[in-house]
Design a protein around this ligand. Structure first.
Ligand code: PSU
Ligand code: MN
Length: 303
């Protein structure tokens, strides 16, 4: 299978520099245009300023791209009918010559193929509310159990059942690490009210732990919950009624499968008149910086 690397990522690979994977579903299905492209650019710049090279993943016309050139990122952010590609769709999208944005699961697969071990995103997919009847559990969780990439996220959104998401990750043997605090973060809020199973206070320990897993043949990655910066936080109480409304609309309209998460994100954006997006941008940028530090620690530990 061919992989096209951006010029920047290719140069970083040749010099063995730190690289941070970035997903593209957040661009095509998680934020509206033009904020999606602006945010993607800012996040890439944050990774560079923190000393690593950004590699935004996407499938363009049947080829996996590791790192997008500026014009490709622009085009993807405005394109209509881009598919949302997770583990199940990855090979099919390439075989059919399609264009697809990669979810957390698919970005982890792309990162593994490209030899990239650290990935920054906003929030991961998880166990949805009502999963006991809908069975809606994101493929992101299974991916964390089998693909060796450390994923930095601001925890899980309150559109998910956070206790069930943590239980599922525990069953799958995925290390869930809160960065610098005990609580597992809840995306728009720094605290979920639930302790994360693990806590680490520095990038180096996170990098060491990932390396050690490989050394002892434990498959899978790690989930790092990095709390949203305090000045960008939206309190959980404020969002609860908005999330409940979005969820009941999704149920009433029979939204199912991979359409659920994009539907909820879009409705929450509309119902908060864009405030959810401002917070989302702040937390992704914060995650990009931490991921860049972890990636550099990994490079240093391997020398
Ligand atoms: N959660 C967010 N923002 C996102 C997503 C999830 O807070 O943009 C996207 C990610 O790409 C994630 C995907 O991998 O949605 C999960 O979709 P699903 O729930 O269908 O697995
Ligand atoms: Mn789902």
């Amino acid at each position: 299978m061919d992989i096209i690397y951006s010029a920047e990522v290719l140069a970083a690979k040749e010099k063995n520099l730190a690289i941070v994977a970035l997903e593209s579903t957040i661009i095509t299905h998680g934020m509206p245009y033009p904020q999606n492209v602006e945010t993607a650019r800012l996040v890439e710049q944050d990774v560079r300023e923190a000393g690593a090279t950004p590699a935004t993943m996407a499938i363009l016309n049947g080829t996996l791209h590791v790192g997008l050139e500026a014009d490709q990122l622009d085009a993807l952010g405005q394109a209509q009918n881009v598919s949302k590609v997770s583990r199940a769709d990855f090979a099919a999208c390439i075989a059919q010559g399609g264009t697809g944005a990669t979810t957390v699961a698919a970005t982890m697969i792309a990162a593994r193929l490209a030899g990239v071990e650290v990935f920054a995103t906003g929030g991961i997919g998880g166990v949805h509310k009502g999963a006991e009847t809908s069975f809606d559990i994101s493929a992101d969780l299974q991916e964390l159990a089998q693909t060796p990439v450390t994923v930095v996220a601001a925890g899980a959104k309150a559109i998910l059942d956070i206790p069930k998401t943590l239980e599922y990750l525990e069953t799958q043997g995925v290390p869930v690490i809160s960065y610098g605090q005990d609580d597992f973060p809840a995306f728009w809020s720094a605290q979920s009210g639930l302790a994360a199973p693990l806590r680490m206070n520095d990038a180096k320990t996170i990098a060491k732990s990932q390396l050690l897993r490989q050394e002892i043949d434990l498959p899978g990655g790690q989930l790092v919950g990095n709390p949203i910066p305090a000045d960008a936080e939206i309190k959980a109480e404020e969002l609860a009624p908005v999330i409940a409304q979005a969820q009941s609309e999704a149920d009433a309209q029979g939204v199912a499968g991979k359409a659920v998460t994009p539907f909820l994100l879009q409705r929450i954006y509309e119902l908060t008149e864009g405030r959810s997006l401002t917070a989302n941008i702040a937390l992704v940028r914060n995650n990009a910086k931490l991921a860049a530090r972890i990636a550099q620690e990994l490079v240093a530990l391997k020398q």
